[in-house]
Design a protein around this ligand. Structure first.
Ligand code: DON
Length: 584
């Protein structure tokens, strides 16, 4: 994920780094394949019976085995989600929250579940400002005060209880076992340990360091005994997280460490079923997450804005297409900053924002040839630049399809790498820093450079605005695709481009997820393009139209499952990450 620069101060000591790199290389190429066995991943990226795509092979494996044991897509999604919490503790977990879409094959209906974190009851709009109203550095990102009430366990239990086929305990146990037995640390995990403040936390050091000091390295075995025990307890009684021993451990530590989440916050936590937002794009019904995520609304808004673009004639990545895409992104993110927030607290004009008529009206504003500077779109705060290290991707997405044609698209997170950088002692739970997704003051960018306003101001019990965009598309009453990605503010534009790649350009799953991406979010006024993803003539053309181009390391770590009309599934995990597809 992107981490603010204060974390990023590891000036590399050269020789040591070289030795480490060589060791890591040796471990990746020689030790890991031996340790895991050449037969360790006997699954295909094609299948007819079921498929799981996630950010880690061990999680995908647990998911697909759940399907093979008679579990449905919901069972597999829950098992995979919990496994991700074990193998990617930096990206997402039971100390965080998320969103899911569930497509029920037999009724051709889609349901959306919001199990996002909520602001503690003691939260207030000034909590990250000093007495003069200035933002306190890192207050909303590091430590217990940055934590919002976690929702993952409640959400998983809610969807599994309603729609799962297996006993709850059976879908929890594989993750508990994985935590107890351990697994080899991957490159992304080792990087996340190094780059986040997690080792400054004593409870975390016991888990994620070798000797109480140096972070675990690639190929080290990560065993999480406390987390295994916590997961066992959850398997026996999911409510233990909210009212039992786990809840008490969280509340006690919070009180000791100046956090705001209390036992009451935990007891009162409820996941919320919501109506997904859906729209039609070229005869395909695209459904995604409604507020308090901004993802679905702006995905549909951008698809609407692009509805009249003659993609096929112009061709893939034609500068005219890219220009329209960028202008569409700019409009959507400007609206996001103004209108989007928790719909239980503010009126969000969802229907208007996703209506083709509104897109039609906003499209008139797009100059087909020349960029419209963001400060002409809406007053903002363009001087504040994105203070981010843009290298990794926390948050985790998974896509699941089962034999009955059901599907789950689920994105969950602890926000920045290792969330608030704290572990509740004795539980192995890494806590989120989702409070930073609020607009902590009007116009002050969050860790993703996103600005917001009153609609996304902090209030007790309120849900911070998200960009997570778990998406499911159907065509003529049949599943067409399941997709999503991490990447903070870039999630929505990543999903947009992946969806266009399949629906417009007929790319297969692998091509669609691998294709280079660009991103604009209104403020800062710049187009981020993945390095080596766009040729120089194209970039020059965009520059001449007035776009500020910034080449950057790649972002996102999505995955996708595409269903062809004959029922075959093809899946792909993002080559930018370490994920895997397991189909059969
Ligand atoms: O909900 C959101 O939009 C963010 N908390 C997601 C964070 C994320 O994707 C981190 N990865 N880059």
């Amino acid at each position: 994920m992107w981490i603010i620069p204060a974390y990023n101060r590891k000036a590399v000591r050269h020789e040591l780094a070289m030795v480490r790199i060589l060791l890591s290389f040796f471990t990746c190429i020689v030790v890991l394949p031996l340790a895991q066995g050449a037969e360790a991943f006997p699954y295909s990226d094609r299948g007819r019976s079921g498929m799981v795509a996630s950010a880690h092979p061990l999680a995908s494996q647990i998911g697909v085995e759940t399907l093979k044991q008679g579990g449905n897509a919901v069972d597999a999604a829950v098992a995979t989600t919990l496994a991700i919490s074990v193998v990617e503790p930096f990206s997402a977990g039971i100390g965080g929250g998320g969103f899911l879409l569930f497509y029920e094959g037999k009724t051709n209906t889609i349901k959306a579940l919001d199990f996002r974190e909520r602001a503690p009851l003691a939260a207030d709009p000034q909590m990250y400002l000093d007495q003069t109203g200035k933002v306190l550095p890192r207050a909303s990102t590091v430590g217990y005060r940055a934590v919002a009430t976690p929702g993952t366990v409640a959400g998983l239990y809610e969807v599994q209880r309603r729609y799962g086929a297996l006993p709850w305990r059976q879908v929890v146990e594989p993750a508990a076992k994985l935590a107890a037995e351990g697994f080899p640390v991957s490159w992304r995990l080792a990087q996340a340990i190094q780059r986040s403040p997690i080792l400054q936390d004593a409870a975390a050091r016991d888990i994620f360091s070798r000797d109480g000091q140096q972070g675990l390295e690639v190929g080290d075995r990560l065993v999480q005994r406390d987390l295994a025990h916590t997961l066992h307890q959850i398997g026996n009684n999911p409510k233990s997280f909210y009212t039992g021993t786990i809840a008490r451990a969280i509340a006690r530590t919070m009180a000791q460490q100046g956090g705001l989440v209390t036992l009451t916050d935990l007891e009162q936590y409820r996941p919320i079923w919501r109506e997904p937002v859906c729209g039609t794009f070229q005869q395909v019904t695209v459904c995604s997450m409604p507020p308090p995520s901004s993802g679905g609304v702006h995905l549909l808004q951008m698809l609407n804005l692009l509805a009249e673009t003659d993609f096929k004639r112009l061709g893939w990545h034609h500068p005219d297409v890219l220009h329209r895409m960028i202008e569409g992104m700019r409009i959507a993110y400007a609206d996001r900053a103004e209108y989007l927030g928790d719909p239980d607290f503010v009126a969000v004009p969802v229907a208007a924002l996703i209506s083709p008529a509104y897109a039609q009206q906003r499209r008139q504003d797009i100059n087909p040839k020349v960029a419209t500077p963001s400060n002409q779109r809406r007053p903002g705060n363009p001087d504040r630049l994105w203070q981010l290290n843009r290298e990794s991707n926390d948050t985790s997405h998974l896509s699941v399809v089962d034999q009955q044609g059901n599907a789950v698209s689920l994105t969950f997170t602890v926000n920045l790498g290792f969330g608030a950088g704290v572990v509740v002692p004795g539980t192995g739970i890494v806590l989120n820093n989702e409070m930073d997704d609020f607009a902590i003051a009007p116009g002050v960018p969050n860790a993703f450079g996103l600005v917001g306003n009153q609609a996304n101001a902090i209030a007790p019990g309120k849900t911070p605005l998200s960009s997570m965009t778990p998406t499911i598309a159907t065509e003529q009453g049949k599943l067409r695709l399941v997709t999503g990605s991490p990447g903070g503010s870039t999630i929505i534009t990543t999903v947009l481009q992946v969806v266009l790649n399949v629906l417009v350009y007929d790319m297969d799953a692998r091509q669609a997820i691998a294709a280079p991406r660009l991103h604009h979010q209104w403020l800062p006024d710049q187009v981020r393009v993945e390095q080596f993803g766009f040729d120089s003539l194209t970039l020059e053309n965009l520059r001449q139209r007035g776009h500020q181009i910034e080449e950057s390391n790649s972002w996102g770590n999505g995955n996708i499952i595409v269903r062809s009309p004959d029922g075959w599934l093809q899946g792909a995990a993002d080559p930018r990450g370490e994920g895997a597809v397991a189909g059969f």
